[in-house]
Ligand binder design. Structure first.
Ligand code: GLU
Length: 485
C-alpha cells in the first residue's frame, strides 16, 4: 500500500460495542501494529440524541479491556484532536460554509412532508428514490420567499452526473452510478453536521491513510469521496478503502442479538477472556494463511495483512468461540487464572475475599482449569468448598438415600476414618479397594454416591482431589450427614 499507515476506529456509541464493531477495531489495530503505523480512536458522537457519555466511556473501557491500545484518541490525545466529533463542530461548519461558497453545496428548504410526498411519487413512477434537486438553483426571490415562510434550511451537497469509481483493497474496483447517489444532506436544519460530512472531513484532517470498516458502509463511500473533492483533496491523497465482510449469525441471517451479536460487555460478564474474543474475532473474515485456530495477539500483529481478509461473509460460531476460550483458560498461569477467577467468585458471593479463602481457591483452581469453558463456571465448581450450610442438592437426594448408596457411604466412612495421610492418592486407593474390589461395585455407582455426599452435587471437579481439598474431617462429616438423610 506504500504510504504511512494511519487507520482509525470510529464508532458511534449508541449502545455497548458489539461483535461487529470490535471485529472492525481489531482489524484496524492489527493493521496499524503490523505496519508500525498509527491507530486512531475517534468517537463519532454528532448524533447527540443517541450517543451518551456512558456509552462513550463504555467504548473506551471495552477497547482497553481487550488490549486494543490507541496512539491518538480519547484520554491519550494527539496532534490531530480533539477526537470527539462533538468537540469539532466549528470545523465542520467552516467546511460546510466553504462548500456553499464554492457552490458545491446549496441550501435546501424542502420540508420533510414535501420530501416524503415526492418520494412517494417517485416510488409510484418506479424511479430511484432520492432528492430530486428541487432547490439546486433557487433564485434570490425564491430564497427570500422561503425565508419569509420561516422555513428551516439544510445544507445539501450537489452530486455531479456520472459516477464514482474507487479501488477497494478487498473488493477490487467498485463503481457507483450517481443516478443512485442523490444530493445528500451535510448539515441539518439545526446546524448539526451529518455523519457523511464529519467522517470525510475528519479522515482527511486526521490524515487517515486506510479506511478499514464494515461492508455496511460501502455505499456511503461515493458521498465521502464527493466531500474530499469539495475539500480540494487530490485523488492520490484520498484514504484507501477496505470494506470488511459482513458477519452473519449461525443461521446465515445478519448477525443480531438472537444469533450472536451481543455486546462485548455481555461476553465479559459471562467469563470470556479478552484474548479469546480477539483470537476468535480475528478469524471472522481473516485467516493467518494456514488453518490454525489459536492466534495470539502477537501473532496477529505479525501476520495481519489486508490481502488475507476475505470478501465473502464470515459466520459467527459460538461453539468455536467457547472452544477457543477454553484453550485460553488452560493456557493461563496459576496466578493469571487466580486473578481472573476471583472477581467471579466474589460477585457470586462464594467467597468474601479473605486471605484464607484465597488460599483455598488457589489450591483448588488447578483441578478445574482443564474442565471449564468460561470463567463464569468457576463459582459453581468451587462453591462446595465454601458453602456455610452444606446440603445435598435436592435433585440428588434420591441418589444417596437408597439402600445401595447407604452401604457405600457406611463403608466409605469406616475406610476413610482409618487414613493417616489425606491425599487424593490415599483417598482413591482406600475407596477403590473397599468399594470396587471388595464390594464389587461399578465406579460410577460407588463414587457417584460419595461425590454427592461430599460435594452436594453430581457435577463437581475430580472427586479425590475435591475431597483432599475439603479435608478429612469435613469430608467425613458430610458423608455422615448424607447417610442420615
Ligand atoms: N461511525 C460509524 C459507525 O459507527 C463508522 C464510521 C466509519 O467507519 O466510517 O457506524
Amino acid at each position: 500500500m506504500g504510504k504511512e499507515v494511519r487507520v482509525r476506529f470510529a464508532p458511534s456509541p449508541t449502545g455497548d460495542l458489539h461483535v461487529g464493531n470490535i471485529r472492525t477495531a481489531l482489524f484496524d489495530w492489527a493493521y496499524a501494529r503490523h505496519t508500525g503505523g498509527t491507530f486512531i480512536f475517534r468517537i463519532e458522537d454528532t448524533d447527540t440524541t443517541r450517543v451518551t457519555d456512558e456509552y462513550i466511556q463504555a467504548a473506551i473501557d471495552t477497547l482497553k479491556w481487550l488490549g486494543l491500545d490507541w496512539d491518538e484518541g480519547p484520554e491519550v490525545g494527539g496532534p490531530n484532536g480533539p477526537y470527539l466529533q462533538s468537540q469539532r463542530l466549528d470545523i465542520y461548519a467552516q467546511w460546510a460554509q466553504k462548500f456553499l461558497d464554492q457552490k458545491d453545496a446549496y441550501y435546501c428548504y424542502c420540508t420533510p412532508v414535501e420530501l416524503e410526498a415526492r418520494r412517494e411519487a417517485q416510488r409510484a413512477a418506479n424511479v430511484a428514490p432520492g432528492y430530486d434537486g428541487q432547490c439546486r438553483d433557487l433564485t434570490d426571490a425564491q430564497i427570500a420567499d422561503y425565508k419569509a415562510q420561516g422555513r428551516e434550511a439544510v445544507v445539501r451537497m450537489r452530486m455531479p452526473d456520472g459516477g464514482t469509481t474507487f479501488t477497494d483493497e478487498i473488493r477490487g474496483e467498485v463503481t457507483f452510478d450517481h443516478k443512485f447517489v442523490p444530493d445528500f444532506v451535510l448539515v441539518r436544519g439545526d446546524g448539526s453536521p451529518l455523519y457523511t460530512l464529519a467522517v470525510a472531513v475528519d479522515d482527511i484532517m486526521m490524515k487517515v491513510s486506510h479506511v478499514l470498516r464494515g461492508e455496511d458502509l460501502l455505499s456511503s463511500t461515493p458521498r465521502q469521496i464527493r466531500v474530499y473533492q469539495a475539500m480540494g483533496v487530490k485523488p492520490e491523497d484520498y484514504p484507501t478503502f477496505a470494506h470488511l465482510p459482513f458477519v452473519m449469525g449461525q443461521d446465515n441471517a445478519k448477525l443480531s442479538k438472537r444469533n450472536g451479536e451481543v455486546s462485548i460487555a455481555w461476553y465479559r460478564e459471562r467469563g470470556f477472556l479478552p484474548e479469546a474474543i480477539c483470537n476468535y474475532l480475528a478469524l471472522l473474515g481473516w485467516s493467518p494463511g494456514d488453518d490454525r485456530e489459536n492466534v495470539t495477539m502477537k501473532e496477529l500483529t505479525e501476520l495481519f495483512t489486508v490481502d488475507k481478509v476475505h470478501s465473502s461473509p464470515a459466520r459467527f460460531d459460538m461453539k468455536k468461540l467457547e472452544a477457543i476460550n477454553g484453550d485460553k483458560i488452560r493456557a493461563l498461569t496459576p496466578d493469571e487464572f487466580l486473578n481472573w477467577s476471583l472477581p467471579f467468585l466474589t460477585k457470586a458471593a462464594v467467597i468474601s475475599g479473605t486471605d484464607a479463602e484465597i488460599a483455598v481457591v488457589k489450591a483448588a483452581l488447578p483441578i478445574i482449569q482443564e474442565r471449564i469453558v468460561t470463567l463464569a463456571e468457576v463459582p459453581a465448581m468451587l462453591n462446595f468448598l465454601f458453602v456455610k450450610n452444606f446440603a445435598v442438592a435436592e435433585d440428588c437426594v434420591s441418589k444417596v438415600n437408597d439402600a445401595a448408596a447407604k452401604s457405600v457411604l457406611t463403608r466409605s466412612i469406616s475406610e476413610l476414618k482409618k487414613l493417616t495421610t489425606w491425599t487424593h492418592d490415599s483417598i482413591e486407593a482406600a475407596l477403590r479397594s473397599s468399594l470396587i474390589e471388595d464390594m464389587g461395585l461399578k465406579p460410577r455407582i460407588a463414587f457417584g454416591a460419595v461425590r454427592i455426599a461430599t460435594t452436594g452435587s453430581n457435577i463437581s471437579p475430580p472427586l479425590f482431589e475435591s475431597m483432599e481439598l475439603l479435608g478429612q474431617e469435613v469430608s467425613l462429616q458430610r458423608i455422615k450427614l448424607a447417610l442420615a438423610l
